[in-house]
Design a protein around this ligand. Structure first.
Ligand code: SF4
Length: 396
């Protein structure tokens, strides 16, 4: 996409719309429902965090969106619309392979979870970077490809003299930076990051995330950031979607979610790591383990672990209920009939501070108080990581 076309999708406009997406592993009665009826919107220039425990369906959702799902994964329903420009919407689930080949990398790229596994161990970094350019920009000269490869490495803070290195000669942080450089090689509109810093120490994580947010501000791409580490999203995300057992259970602006969660699972995640300031508070965490998706519990899948469980939770699946200020939660406590416990109706003391985010918008509304009044609103625009310390190694 040329720069003029890129500007045609205005910041804040929908870029990727996922509706009713369902993904199974296997067929028939033994199929495991890994993603169930997922609705998401990623806006241009937004960082959307997708959080949840391992096995909640986050990566499956991302790979289904990009049609990179491997067998026995099967998309069994839904729509994924990519807004290529204001006049052109591409249905990614209906797109044929040639269309997908053009879109992947140039429009939507993915940073895989493990850089060591994602990079080819027997090819130099230069070969791997120039290969991308050769495949997608065949008119580019060999010298041009090499110059661009050096530029990409420099962009992620690696000296060009490492171009000849092989993956095993680089540190874990450098390998992950190379992956980010490769993902940005064609300046895509959307970058999907699947736990890109999970295997790294927290200092390297911070460095990489800072660089990433600087690149995001400069190149204006949108990010779908997948992680099990909710505290990390406090620093980078504009809005957050929380997944549990294949379903999206809460969606809200990052500031709103951190200060006033509306789903017991989100509250449990937030109370699973210690506050960074203020008085000491007991860690309550979440009892039990995520369900076996081959035999999910009836009703709300979270009910065996939920301290607010009611009778109907054991039989009826709660839909994602729209709440005030553009947020939503899949919990019977929020349907207007139940008495909502204080923890889920008033702002809770933030255990970690959400980073200043790009202001209230479709994906980032201000937090709502008990009567839906605006309370701790998201701060004005900023794209960098704040000086807020994060909980080292915190894993909800
Ligand atoms: Fe808990 Fe019931 Fe809400 Fe599920 S629907 S999260 S069990 S209160």
């Amino acid at each position: 996409m040329s720069d003029s076309q890129r500007r045609a999708v205005r910041a804040g406009d929908p870029l990727l719309e996922v509706s009713g997406l369902c993904v199974d592993y296997g067929l028939g009665p033994d199929a495991v429902h890994a993603v169930i009826d997922a609705d998401l919107v990623l806006h241009s220039g937004e960082v959307l965090g997708l959080a949840g425990e391992s096995g909640s369906g986050k990566s499956t959702l991302a790979y289904a969106i990009t049609r990179l799902l491997r067998a026995p994964g099967l998309i069994v329903g839904g729509n994924v619309d990519y807004h290529h420009s204001p006049d052109r919407v591409i249905d990614l689930l209906a797109a044929d392979e040639p269309v997908l080949r053009v879109l992947r990398w140039s429009q939507i790229s993915v940073v895989m979870q493990s850089a060591m596994n994602a990079l080819n161990p027997v090819l130099s970094i230069k070969s791997q970077l120039t290969d991308v350019l050769h495949a997608h920009l065949p008119a580019m000269s060999k010298a041009g490809r090499q110059a661009r490869a050096a530029e990409l490495l420099a962009m992620v803070g690696i000296s060009a003299d490492r171009l000849g290195s092989y993956p095993h000669e680089l540190s874990g942080g450098m390998r992950q930076r190379v992956m980010i450089a490769m993902a940005l090689a064609l300046e895509p509109q959307i970058v999907i990051m699947d736990e890109p810093t999970t295997a790294l120490d927290v200092v390297t994580q911070r460095e990489i995330l800072e660089e990433l947010m600087q690149l995001r501000a400069r190149l204006e791409f949108a990010v779908l950031f997948i992680t099990h580490d909710l505290s990390l999203l406090a620093e980078i995300a504009d809005s957050i979607a929380v997944m549990y057992a294949g379903r999206l259970v809460e969606r809200a602006g990052a500031g709103a979610l951190f200060r006033a969660p509306r789903h017991p699972y989100s509250l449990g995640l937030l109370t699973s790591f210690p506050p960074l300031h203020g008085p000491r508070q007991p860690l309550s965490g979440i009892p039990g383990s995520p369900p076996d998706l081959r035999q999910p519990p009836p009703g709300c899948a979270f009910h065996p672990r939920c301290r607010f469980v009611m009778d109907r939770c054991r039989t009826d699946v709660p839909p994602l209920l729209p709440l005030r200020e553009g947020r939503s939660a899949a919990c019977w406590l929020q349907d207007g009939a139940a008495v909502v416990p204080p923890e889920l109706s008033v702002p809770v003391p933030a255990r970690i501070e959400a980073a200043p985010s790009p202001g209230a918008g479709p994906g980032n509304p201000p937090a709502a108080g008990p009567a839906g009044s605006t309370t701790a609103s998201a701060a004005p625009a900023a794209s960098g990581i704040t000086g807020t310390a994060r909980t080292a190694g915190s894993t909800p």
